[in-house]
Design a protein around this ligand. Sequence first.
Ligand code: AMP
Ligand code: MN
Ligand code: MN
Ligand code: MN
Length: 279
Amino acid sequence: MKPLNADLHCHSNVSDGLLSPAALVERAKANRVDLLALTDHDEVSGLDEARQIAEAVGIRFVTGTEISVSWGDDQTVHIVGLNFDEHHPDLVAGLARVRSGRDARAERMAAELAKVGIADAYAGALKYVNNPALISRSHFARYIVERGFARDIKTVFEHWLAKGKPGYVSHSWAELTDALDWIRMAGGVAVIAHPARYRLTPTERRELFVAFKELGGQGIEVISGSHTEAEVREFAGIAREFGFVASRASDFHGPGESYIDLGRMAQLPPDLTPVWEVW
Ligand code: AMP
Ligand code: MN
Ligand code: MN
Ligand code: MN
């Protein structure tokens, strides 16, 4: 039997993606995705539009969001929630609280960028924002490319926006325990996003997996658009060891800006349990 073409992590312009929820689902259809979750950062307001188009074009759709979580010593990790009730009041209130800090953070980022010669970055980033509640580093990155300071988004992060760089501002996101509670209360499954992308030591990474499991987390992205083959093997091993279900995720943000297009990732190792088999 042909394996399911599932893509359970992508972004629309409701957060830092380039396409509208409708255009994203149309693109998923063109790429022969069978099962899709839209996972905007700290947001669920694109889900209705995405679901309607998914029904119209015949794609199985589940709800999703990618929650920003503060972890350890000023680290950020991302937890994807899948297949939950997007109207659950605790989830809705929790996500609203996470979003609420973004605007002040953006003003501080702009002030830091001004000190290193990048003026007007707040207004500049806002030109790329579709949802005023969700200004993100990606929007700043687009503006900095536009201004000609760097040739692409990746370079902008390396020079200005990654932790330790001049435009980086530390921020308090959700607590891991709260993010997992919101997802669980709303009936969903929590998945650790792109586990290879955190700047954690091997010991710290294990501490994250242990805490995530203890707090009720169930899944991990084994296949992520950003994972190398070696990283896929590593996190397949973690899934086996911890008994996590496995997710398959592009983390697509838009044409020309992403590791990989919707649904174009490798398949999960066949011995792992896919996350979509537990709901
Ligand atoms: P924020 O939630 O505002 O901190 O922005 C985080 C987003 O920035 C991530 O979801 C990615 O879309 C993007 N991002 C983070 N690091 C990088 C990177 N090194 N290269 C490109 N995009 C990145
Ligand atoms: Mn993003
Ligand atoms: Mn992420
Ligand atoms: Mn993402």
